[in-house]
Design a protein around this ligand. Structure first.
Ligand code: ZN
Length: 266
């Protein structure tokens, strides 16, 4: 185990600092639990066990996300990965499926990340849409989907699913007592609340949301625009680029292109 970082400053977005953050949370006594095991305030363990509910919203791509799952697995930490079915990554592509399988094999859980901006405004239709997405993700993963979270809640669209009892939504008001929420939104730390987890008066329960796509670098790339261009763009485009290269190889060898070009020469 590497020496834990002393938390006088927030972690950089690197593999190294991600691992250091988890090790430091373990070192100060936090245990990690699945979001689906969140308990309402009335049933919170009276022993005041310190718990981290580690959550990942997959907003951009699955490519490379298994590296984060592996870091956690090596530390015997469990996390919940929330997958969108409606973003630009194709969950059914074999390479995406391989990442989802790796996440599950490494001991993690998968939940649904739903995007209200594309949901029907009619309430029964919205519920039917949610059930359809959950069923789809259940079939894709072969696991029951017990937990859901909203994509881009900052858009302010009223969320009819947050208070449902049948799925665990970590922002349901019944879970909020004694639960501190911290997220790495926009590859940035909004405030320094994360550092409170390493003080004497640390939060008892922490809902920590990190986007794995922001941490996939050995190199410390502080500039988020440079990171976006040099790491996120290639990862987002990885499957499309390989698919296009494969198509170009087909074009080069295809009899139709040879016959077509031979006619052009005449
Ligand atoms: Zn999201």
């Amino acid at each position: 185990m590497m020496m834990p970082k002393t938390y006088s400053s927030l972690p950089n977005f690197t593999f190294h600092d991600y691992q250091g953050l988890l090790e430091s949370l373990l070192q100060v006594g936090y245990k990690f639990e699945f979001v689906k095991n969140l308990l309402p305030a009335s049933s919170i363990d009276q022993s005041k066990k310190q718990i981290v509910y580690l959550r990942h919203d997959i907003d951009f791509h699955l490519n490379g996300v298994e590296k984060i799952a592996l870091i956690e697995n090596r530390l015997r930490i469990c996390a919940t990965y929330y997958v969108l079915l409606t973003e630009q990554y194709n969950v059914l592509h074999p390479r995406s499926l391989a990442v989802l399988e790796a996440i599950l094999r490494l001991g993690h859980d998968i939940g649904l990340h739903y995007d209200l901006s594309i949901y029907p405004t009619d309430l029964p239709a919205a519920h039917a849409r949610l059930r359809w997405e959950i069923d789809l993700l259940r079939r894709i993963t072969g696991r029951d989907i017990k937990t859901i979270v909203t994509h881009q809640p900052f858009r302010g669209i009223p969320d009819p699913f947050r208070a449902l009892d049948i799925y665990i939504h970590p922002h349901n008001s019944k879970y909020q007592e004694n639960l501190t929420y911290i997220s790495d939104s926009a590859r940035s730390w909004r405030d320094e609340n994360l550092l409170n987890c390493f003080k004497e008066s640390r939060p008892q329960r922490l809902l920590l949301n990190t986007h794995p796509e922001f941490w996939l670098s050995d190199e410390m790339i502080k500039d988020r625009w440079v990171y976006s261009k040099s790491v996120m763009h290639p990862n987002i485009n990885a499957i499309a680029t390989d698919s296009l290269r494969a198509q170009e190889a087909v074009w080069r060898d295809h009899i139709a292109t040879k016959l077509h070009d031979a006619r052009e020469v005449k």
